[in-house]
Ligand binder design. Structure first.
Ligand code: ADP
Ligand code: ASP
Ligand code: MG
Length: 408
């Protein structure tokens, strides 16, 4: 008998028929002689709709984050009840649990809380009593009993953290594609399913736009050594195993290509090139809770320079507002300019540690494809460039071809 944690994402539980399909799969796993905890997401579109409703009732003000969590947690709560009901109607014994009921404790940072502790005794008792446990993804509670949510895509984190807490034998992330591909198969039709990928590669891909896994969930899996599989809820094809890297993984230079749309570039021109300038800029932006991604500062010849950085398009107004009050202190003629319609393109692979020339190859292929590069940043296993958003699909295909990713 194995202890198995499964997670079914929004599309997989997007209709009553799909919930019944998921219930059948869960039951089959149980009937094969296993103990099963199934984590489910909100039905597809539900979380987005709840966010839209919140914005509609608050007008120009931001919805209060505590209430946002009370609201958003209802999406997953609907799915756990429906999935447990479907299983019970099939004659199985299933119990639904909210994050709080399952002992998931978090810090108090509403809408992007971190899991601080899981007390899995209740889950174990239910499993020992022959129940299937249906667990709400994406949510927990603070020590004081406040409902929290774990950030977009957070059901992945619930599954991985619960798998670690109950020391599961297997953790399976079921989604609407067959696994992790060399690029988003919706963008690059000849993208290939990857059989095995290391935590570090999955983490870099997830944090540069490959939304098939939430990046914090991959971080957690790496920290606690949870091997997991990403696979389809619609067929029985083997998926992608995400695990600690092995020697043979290094022989592949580029594992995959990631893209992220809806980025914006903020440039502050004519700032004085003196100690404290960058600190003032990024201090102000961070105080406004805006996450900055790539940063470029030009070399100054005259004691005056430009600094550019990227943010999510949705945050550009907040970043500009945060900078206005400090602008005068940055330089007599300092100005701010924001440009949206930007996208990021990244190539990722642990093989880059031992191969040089990846960046050069990337730039050559993009130039031959007629794609203009705006900003560049590199890490040990990733090279990222920004390009115009209307060229991102083409740029992704060009990268995929240049590194021969369609061939096994
Ligand atoms: P779920 O609702 O199951 O959590 P998501 O929508 O979060 O599913 O993630 C699955 C989607 O991720 C796929 O439909 C696919 O379009 C997208 N995706 C982006 N990049 C990749 C990739 N490299 N491999 C697989 N899927 C990807
Ligand atoms: N329902 C949440 C979201 O849409 C969590 C998840 O699906 O993982 O972000
Ligand atoms: Mg997801």
């Amino acid at each position: 008998m194995s202890l198995i944690v499964q997670k079914y994402g929004g599309t997989s539980v997007g209709t009553p028929e799909r919930i019944v399909n998921v219930a059948r799969r869960i039951l089959a796993t149980k009937e094969a002689g296993n103990k099963v905890v199934a984590v489910v997401s909100a039905m597809s579109g539900v979380t987005n709709n709840l966010i839209k409703l919140a914005n509609e009732v608050t007008g120009d003000a931001d919805p209060t984050e505590r209430e946002m969590d009370v609201l958003l947690s209802t999406g997953e709560q609907t799915t756990i009840a429906l999935t447990a009901m479907a299983l019970n109607a099939m004659g199985a014994k299933a119990v639904s649990l909210t994050g709080a009921q399952a002992g998931i404790k978090t810090d108090g940072v509403h809408t992007r809380a971190r899991i601080s502790n899981i007390s899995p005794e209740g889950v174990h008792e239910l499993l020992d009593d022959d129940n299937i446990v249906i667990l709400a993804g994406f949510q927990g509670e603070t020590l004081g009993g406040e409902i929290t949510t774990l950030g977009r895509g957070g059901s992945d984190l619930t599954a991985i953290a619960m798998a670690a807490a109950i020391d599961a034998d297997l953790c399976q992330i079921f989604t609407d594609v067959d696994g992790v591909y060399t690029c988003d198969p919706r963008v690059v039709p000849d993208a290939r399913k990857i059989d095995e990928i290391s935590y570090d590669e999955m983490l870099e891909m997830a944090s540069s736009g490959t939304k098939v896994m939430q990046s914090r969930s991959v971080e957690f899996a790496k920290k606690f050594g949870v091997t997991f599989e990403v696979r389809s809820s619609l067929n029985d094809n083997p998926g992608t195993i995400v695990k600690e890297e092995t020697m043979s993984m290094e022989s592949v230079v580029i594992r995959g290509v990631s893209l992220e749309r809806a980025q914006a570039k903020v440039t502050i021109s004519a700032v004085s090139d003196t100690p404290g300038t960058a600190s003032m800029i990024f201090g102000a932006v961070s105080d406004a809770n805006v996450i900055v991604d790539m940063i470029v500062q030009n070399v100054s010849k005259t004691g005056i320079t430009d600094i550019s950085f990227t943010v999510n398009e949705a945050d550009v107004g907040k970043a500009e507002e945060a900078l206005k009050p400090v602008l005068a202190q940055l330089g007599e003629e300092a100005t701010i300019e924001a440009q949206d319609g930007i996208a990021k393109l990244s190539v990722v692979g642990i093989g880059m540690r031992s191969h040089s020339g990846v960046a050069a190859e990337m730039f050559k292929a993009l130039s031959e494809g007629g794609v203009n590069i705006e900003m560049i940043s590199t890490s040990e296993i990733k090279v990222t460039v920004t390009v115009s958003e209307d060229q991102i699909d083409k740029a992704a295909q060009v990268m995929h071809d240049a590194f021969g990713l369609a061939e096994a």
